[in-house]
Design a binder for this molecule. Structure first.
Ligand code: GUN
Length: 292
């Protein structure tokens, strides 16, 4: 069994990107800019947004965080997004989800111009992804595909079983892996919480992707010997032995599943670390498209 080390890979990707940005700075050129918009005070969202901002700055990219009150109206939020759509200093715009109930997420996501939609959530980019055209890949699925590539894990003709159908992970990873492209070309099955006999599907997986958001949901009896297991889950479970009173576990019962696998991602230190690295890559790609 080989551990897929997301921490190491993410560092590698950030180092490569840092060199490209240093070159821009040395040449006196403009650098890529990312604005992150946070509405309200959800602690998990605050922590994600802080990490995104720090990672940007560390590489020498321009980074700005807009912290907006929970009570902001949908119209006000849209007008702030429009301002950044037209601001040449910023190449990527990210609105942290979830948003407060009175704001329609679909409308917000659609108000970010596709050229700066570094999350890849705008329906134009989702559509381009589904027909295999150039687009921004949503960061977590992009991180998974990059991980498989860098570990030289064969995907062509393999059966990928995705557990979870979210717009952020399940659907886009299925869409990416099914494309007739290098690092993809899988046969793909998407399962979800309504599956009658989930195990029947997961046992057929050469590559099993768990993105259902339930702690330790994938147990050893559900995994085929030798499978590649990618755990996207970030779940808090009570743990009185830790200072915070909780620990983070994935969607996979790691201890019992790992010995059966050929490759597996740990949680933490797996896919999660890749997500931010790929956001920076998307911001750099947005910069190249806009500035050249
Ligand atoms: N909330 C959870 N994951 C994500 C993500 O990838 N992007 C944004 N914008 N919000 C999120």
């Amino acid at each position: 069994m080989i551990l897929l080390d997301g921490t190491k890979l993410a560092e590698e990707i950030k180092t490569e990107l840092g060199e490209k940005i240093k070159k821009l700075t040395d040449e006196g050129k403009k650098v890529p800019g990312l604005v992150t918009i946070l509405v309200g005070e959800n602690p998990a969202s605050q922590s994600y947004v802080n990490s995104k901002g720090k990672a940007c700055q560390k590489l020498g990219m321009l980074s700005k965080t807009e912290r907006l009150p929970e009570t902001i109206s949908q119209e006000e939020l849209i007008s702030i997004i429009y301002k950044y759509n037209n601001d040449p200093a910023f190449h990527g715009i990210l609105v942290q989800l979830p948003l407060p109930k009175h704001i329609n997420e679909d409308v917000i996501v659609e108000s970010i111009i596709p050229a700066k939609d570094v999350d890849g959530f705008n329906p134009v980019n989702v559509g381009n992804l589904s027909i295999g055209k150039d687009t921004f890949y949503p960061c977590t699925p992009y991180g998974i595909v990059e991980m498989l590539k860098r570990y030289k894990i064969e995907t062509s003709g393999k059966h990928a079983v995705v557990v979870g159908r979210s717009n952020i992970v399940g659907k886009p990873i299925a869409n990416m892996l099914v494309q007739k492209k290098e690092g993809a070309n899988c046969v793909v099955t998407i399962c979800h919480s309504a599956a009658k006999d989930l195990k029947k599907f997961t046992l057929q997986a050469d590559i099993l992707i768990a993105a259902i958001g339930r702690a330790n949901y994938i147990t050893a009896d559900m995994v085929r010997e030798g499978a590649v297991v990618i755990d996207v889950g970030i779940n808090r479970v009570e743990d009185k032995t830790t200072e915070k009173g909780y620990k983070i576990v994935g969607d996979v019962d790691f201890e019992n599943v790992a010995p059966k696998t050929s490759y597996i991602t740990p949680v933490p230190g797996g896919v999660g670390k890749m997500t931010i690295a790929m956001l920076l890559v998307n911001t750099y790609e947005a910069y190249l498209k806009i500035e050249r």
